[in-house]
Every structure is written in structure tokens, then in C-alpha cells.
Design a protein. Structure first.
Length: 157
């Protein structure tokens, strides 16, 4: 008999962002945790910290796949730190770990994660970002995005 695994939702976006964006990421993290999911992110600041904080506040678990080899670089809300020492190449690991991705505005690192996800067929749900890509599901409300990510994650092992 196999155990049911928790869906893992990746949250990606800028390492520096507005307070509003960080709060929206926190809402996603909180919703995912409250509904049985786990957050995976790059483990640093900005959007990643917001999602991690939201999940932690709701009693959920957070995996942080960080670019450096120093576990101490992860934000305080990460439960499981994976210090890769791979720099930006760790972006692929974040995407591969997730069953679905919630993407916030960011720069080229975030764009690489969006591209990896689309390339390997992971669902990408965006909150006010990446509207130029028709394969990305768009939402204005972060809770709607989190709900959709969990729904789509059910179809991915």
C-alpha cells in the first residue's frame, strides 16, 4: 500500500519585490499549506521569503533550494534547506521538484524557471506576470492561483 504524497507547489518570483507582491506570495504559501501542500522555492528573499513565511504561519512545510553551498543563506522560514552550490542552475531543481508553479513578476532567473517549467510540461500559473505566454494560466488573485496550482498538481506525481 502506498502513501498519498503531498502536492508540492513551486513559488517563483523576484528575490527583491514590493511589499504587496511579498504579501501575495505569502497568501499563496498560506493557502497551499492550509490545503495539504508543500512549498518549494529558491529559499532566499522577496517572493520566496513571502511564500515561505505564509506557509510557515499556516503550519506548513517549505523546501528551499538555494544557489549557494551555505545553509545559512536560506530565509528563516525554510524547513528543509538544500544548499546546491550551483548558482542559478538550481532554478531547474526548483522546477523539477514542484508539481505545479505559481509565478510572480521577476527577472531573468524567474524567466528561466518559467521556461524550464514550460519545456518539461509543468503547469505554470501566474499572478500578474508573464502574460505574453499563452501556455501560462493567468490570475489576479493569489488565492485563485494557489487553488488552481493545487488542482493541477493532482495530475502530476
Amino acid at each position: 500500500m502506498s502513501r498519498q504524497r503531498q502536492p508540492i507547489i513551486g513559488v517563483i518570483g523576484g528575490g527583491r519585490c514590493s511589499r504587496d507582491q511579498q504579501e501575495k506570495a505569502a497568501a499563496v504559501g498560506r493557502y497551499v499549506a492550509q490545503n495539504g501542500g508543500v512549498i518549494v522555492c529558491g529559499g532566499l528573499g522577496g517572493t520566496m521569503e513571502g511564500a515561505a513565511r505564509g506557509a510557515a504561519e499556516a503550519g506548513g512545510k517549505v523546501i528551499g533550494i538555494i544557489p549557494s553551498g551555505d545553509r545559512g543563506d536560506a530565509n528563516e522560514f525554510v524547513d528543509y534547506v538544500i544548499p546546491t552550490g550551483l548558482g542559478e542552475a538550481r532554478n531547474l531543481l526548483v522546477v523539477r521538484t514542484a508539481d505545479a508553479i505559481v509565478a510572480f513578476p521577476g527577472e531573468f532567473g524567474t524567466l528561466s524557471e518559467v521556461a524550464f517549467a514550460l519545456k518539461i510540461g509543468k503547469p505554470v500559473i501566474a499572478v500578474g506576470a508573464w502574460e505574453q505566454y499563452e501556455r501560462i494560466v493567468q490570475f489576479d488573485d493569489p488565492l485563485d492561483a494557489a487553488r488552481e496550482a493545487l488542482r493541477l498538481a493532482k495530475g502530476h506525481p
